[in-house]
Every structure is written in C-alpha cells, then in structure tokens.
Design a protein around this ligand. Structure first.
Ligand SMILES: C[S@@+](CC[C@H](N)C(=O)[O-])C[C@H]1O[C@@H](n2cnc3c(N)ncnc32)[C@H](O)[C@@H]1O
Length: 356
C-alpha cells in the first residue's frame, strides 16, 4: 500500500509580511538560514522518522514516542520540513510521507538516507563554518580542525570512515548504472576501479559487460565493506588494497577514477594520473568520472560540491580544459567527454606515445 501523500501540496502560503514588503530581504534571509533546513533534514533522517511513516501517517506524539524525541521540538522541525515538501501534515495533525520524505527511508532501493547523512555530516559542516579562512588562504582548514587530512582522518576514525563509505556508496548508487551504460567498454579485458570505494560502479560495469573482469583498488579498510560478492559476478573480480599515489595494478584495459580527481589539488592529481599512466599499455583507456562544470554561471550540481572540495579537502570540481591540462602533464591526452545523464561525465584519456 502506498502511503505517500499525493504530491505534498505546497499550501498557498499566507502572505508573510517580510516577503510582501521586501521580497529581496525575505529571499536573502531564507538563503542565509538554509543551514537550519539542512539540520532539520539531518535530524529527521537520524531519528528515522520516514521509516516510522512507512505504514501510514502518524501524529507528532506517536513519532516522538517511537523516536525518543521531544514531541514539541519534533513537530516544529517536521513543520519546517513540510514547507519544502519533505513530509506533509494533514488537518488532523498527522504527518505523511511525501515523495521526498520517501527517499529518507532506510529500507528502500531508492533510499538517499545515507547520502543525506553524509552531506550533513560534521566532517563536512564544521570545515564549512571556516570557509572564510579557506578562501583567504587558499587552503582547507580540515587538518587544523581534525589534526589530519581528510582521508587520513577517516582511516584513524573507523566510525567516520564507515559513514563516509556508506554515504559515498549511496550517492554513487544513483549514478553508477548511468555511467556504466554511457560508455562502450571493450568486449573482453580487465577494468581497474581506482579508489572504487565499495565497488558500486565496478559491479554495474561487470554486470553490463559479461566479458570483463575487474579489480577494485582502494584503501584496505574501505575494501572490507565491498559489495561485489554477488552470484551474478562470481569469479570475475578481485579486491586489491593500495595507495594510488604510489601505483595501481598494471596492464588493465580500462582504469576508472570516479569522483577521485575532485578530491585533490592539481599537483596531487598529476601524481595519481602518472601512477595510472605507468600501469597503462598503449591501448589502455583512463576514464575520469567527475562533474565537468561549465566555467560560466550556469547552474550545475558540481558547483556546490566545488565549495565542499575547498573546505573539507584541497580539491576542486573542474571544467574540460582543466582535465585536458592535467592529462597532458601526466602523459595522457583527452579523447572526449561523454555525458551520462547524471551529474558526472566520463572524461576519456589515452596515453600519449613516449617520444622515441
Ligand atoms: C570520493 S570517494 C569515491 C569512491 C568511488 N569511486 C565512488 O565514486 O563512489 C574517494 C575514494 O578514494 C579512496 N582513496 C583516497 N585516498 C586513496 C589512496 N591514497 N589510495 C587509494 N584509494 C584512496 C577513498 O578511500 C575513497 O573510496
């Protein structure tokens, strides 16, 4: 039975005095306070409110009892979220799932709960409160706050590392099949997923291309949570721990680097790409799968991630010319950019023949 409220009606808002008098002030104030929407969303996700509405609407009193929350406070954050169509409150005071709230459930194939928890995680939010410092110095403040660079911190704090891996796998689940479908992989051969996380993209690539075998290459702790052990892929994959700044498994036909280069500075990217180049044969291809952002002010989901990359890491989202430049420095040439229908594109590179 579908308990989702019919597209949650954005109730005709009672004219609020500020937007009537000064719409720009209303817009700017709402924009400035948007972190509270984000905090409310995180809280609802953490409390599992959407799971408790899966069987039908419930009042705030019942939800508070089920989640161990304060009824008054819970009602107030759900009321705020309802203004953005996450949950809907009916005239009897019962809260319903909406299509957006449905995605906060933890137990459905289209769940985005882990992705929401990652996006709102303290390890992203705290550095963002120091954005001004990052902008003044051109450096992330992550190390200053947490005493280590981002991925070292994740290695040191297993709980944070696992939350990141779960969140990343959840973010990627929405794009992995689109990426695997958008590229014509060779009929036979080996694919190495460099920094492949829990293996979502490698799994979809192998499932769509039965003649391929795959290597999932990442940090040891990440590989322990991989998702490749499914009957469909039996005998066609292996996991290999390692450091992509040092080397990658050699001799593969395709090297995937999805949402890798955006984590790193240009100099670090060139080191990663050179390590890949060293393992490639003349016919190998490298596929950098990342946002390719327009350089003008056209909206693109990568532009907000670009700010995350400057606060939590020293990375950036890049445009086509940026990728071309990085590839050239690493002995590669940009072949083409393939859109995938998701936020990321495939930037294909081939080795430049060494000068004889
Ligand atoms: C942003 S995540 C992307 C994961 C995956 N490719 C995806 O799109 O979901 C970056 C990945 O790089 C891995 N990584 C970071 N530093 C690494 C290193 N030095 N060597 C190998 N993998 C590394 C992380 O463990 C993480 O899985």
């Amino acid at each position: 039975m579908d308990h989702t409220a019919p597209s949650a009606p954005s109730a005709p808002s009672a004219p609020d005095s500020l937007s009537a008098i000064d719409p720009l002030a209303a817009h700017l104030t709402d924009y400035a306070l948007s972190y509270l929407h984000s905090a409310a969303l995180r809280t609802a996700a953490r409390l599992g409110v959407a799971d408790h509405l899966a069987d039908g609407p419930r009042g705030a009193d019942e939800l508070a009892a089920l989640t161990g929350a304060s009824e008054g406070h819970l009602r107030r954050i759900l009321r705020l979220l309802a203004t953005r169509d996450v949950f809907h409150e009916d005239d009897k005071g019962a809260f319903h799932l909406t299509p957006l709230a449905e995605r906060l459930r933890s137990d459905t194939p289209s769940s985005l709960r882990e992705a929401v928890l990652l996006a709102t995680d303290e390890s992203f939010v705290r550095p963002a409160t120091r954005l001004e410092d990052a902008v003044r110095t051109g450096r992330s403040v992550f190390d200053e706050i947490y005493g280590a660079p981002f991925f070292e911190y994740l290695s040191r704090e297993p709980g944070a590392g696992e939350a990141f891996d779960r969140g990343m796998a959840n973010v990627s689940a929405g794009e992995d099949d689109a990426v695997a479908a958008a590229y014509s992989f060779p009929a036979k051969g080996t694919v190495v997923d460099v920094g492949g996380g829990r293996g979502g993209l490698l799994g979809r690539t192998l499932a769509r291309n039965p003649g391929l075998t795959g290597v999932l290459y990442d940090r040891d702790a990440v590989l322990r949570g991989h998702s490749l052990d499914v009957p469909e892929l039996t005998g066609r994959w292996e996991v290999r721990p390692g450091d992509f700044f040092t080397s990658v498994p050699a001799g593969a036909d395709v090297y995937l680097l999805k949402r890798i280069l955006h984590d790193w500075s240009d100099e670090e990217c060139v080191r990663i790409l050179r390590a890949c180049r060293a393992g490639m044969s003349a016919d190998s291809r490298l596929l950098a799968v990342d946002c390719v952002i327009p350089q003008d002010n056209t909206p693109h989901p990568g532009k907000v991630l670009d700010v995350l990359m400057m606060t939590a890491l020293n990375g950036r989202e890049r445009g086509e010319e940026d990728f071309r430049r990085l590839f050239t420095e690493a002995g590669l040439r940009l072949v083409r950019v393939v859109p995938t229908g998701s936020a990321v594109s495939i930037v294909e590179a081939a080795p430049v023949a060494p000068v004889a």
